[in-house]
Design a protein around this ligand. Sequence first.
Ligand SMILES: Cc1cc2nc3c(=O)[nH]c(=O)nc-3n(C[C@H](O)[C@H](O)[C@H](O)COP(=O)(O)OP(=O)(O)OC[C@H]3O[C@@H](n4cnc5c(N)ncnc54)[C@H](O)[C@@H]3O)c2cc1C
Length: 382
Amino acid sequence: MLELSSDQRAFQAEVARFADAEIHPHVREWEEAGNYPIDLFPRLGSLGWLGVGIPEAQGGSGGGPIERCILFEELSRASAGVALGIYVHAVLAGGALAVVASGELRDSMLPGILSGETIGAWAYAEPDSGADVTRVRLSAERDGDSYILNGSKLYITNGTIADLVLVVARTSGEPGSLGGISVLAVDGDTRGLTRRSMDKLGMHPSELGELHFEDVIVPAERLVGEVDKGFRQCLPVLSQGRIYGATLALGLGRASVDAATTHVQAREQFGGPLTGQQAVRFTIADMTARLTAARTLVYAAAEALAARQPYDTEASIAKLVASEAATWLAERAMHLHGAQGYMMESPVQRYYRDCKIIEYGEGANAVQREMIFEAVARGWRP
Ligand SMILES: Cc1cc2nc3c(=O)[nH]c(=O)nc-3n(C[C@H](O)[C@H](O)[C@H](O)COP(=O)(O)OP(=O)(O)OC[C@H]3O[C@@H](n4cnc5c(N)ncnc54)[C@H](O)[C@@H]3O)c2cc1C
């Protein structure tokens, strides 16, 4: 089991306190409004939490993969929808700028992301480009000192509220190849970019949008990484994102186990608490075992990343196991709550709705299974 250092434990307690006091009491209201509490971006920025895992030399707050896992797990325990918005902003948009953007672009764009004054989004998915990342069609054609973007993006978290959208675009070649795909940092209010909110099953406080680009002009210096290679250069950010995406599942899993345990201890049927039934006790035991296994895998992948050891396969396994565990845990928590869990006032219905997307996002689990098999075929062993 992972041993956190005393600094890491203190950070965990600080984030948990914040989540309990500043997020948890408002979740129902934010769920119903379906609007992201955008003041959280500058608040977390002023606490230095948007820069966790980004080097101090780049304006970040230092810390590493374990601290990032702690942050997202604790935020997700209170609200996975809130954690998702911060995750996309800090890990995907912030990560691509910190790791891949040229010094000049990074120095002009990253400070706003780290302070939370600029809200970031990462726009990869398209109507025809989902699990298969090679199908990107949105075109960016060079025209003098600019690129002209045409096409659509779908299911973009923060898409409707973002000041800065990192757009994955095809600068050459045909759909079907990873080469020729670049990344451009586009201001959310650029002429020709229209955005529409999308309604979804869960993660309600997070904003989800469809983005339409019609002759959107973007200066060539907004290329994140090299032309035709930017997306490939961002792949490590996405692989690492699997670990942090998995922590969203851990937060939901912990919330499910906590809620189920509290409920079966309090609810009385057949002359005593539900814990009097062995089947109930065993369900809580199985839930705890599966959560612990998932958590161990996620933090082991983060430790491998922190130690600069190979982490790709570990990240895929962690994401696969944690996301499917979260779905199972939420379903069991609902089950143990009976009718109460089916009511909108019960938080467990929210865990049940929120968890499913983690199986598709950050590289669909089908793709993780392919990558794990390829690693095993090459000789990778646990
Ligand atoms: C709430 C939410 C937030 C999102 N946020 C973002 C965001 O911020 N930025 C962004 O770019 N995208 C975002 N997405 C989209 C996400 O990137 C896509 O869901 C993901 O890329 C998978 O694509 P898809 O959903 O179109 O699934 P598809 O590609 O249509 O796949 C559907 C299913 O087909 C099966 N399948 C696919 N490929 C295989 C295979 N090789 N082998 C076996 N089975 C397979 C799997 O069961 C898979 O789940 C978000 C989506 C949601 C719902």
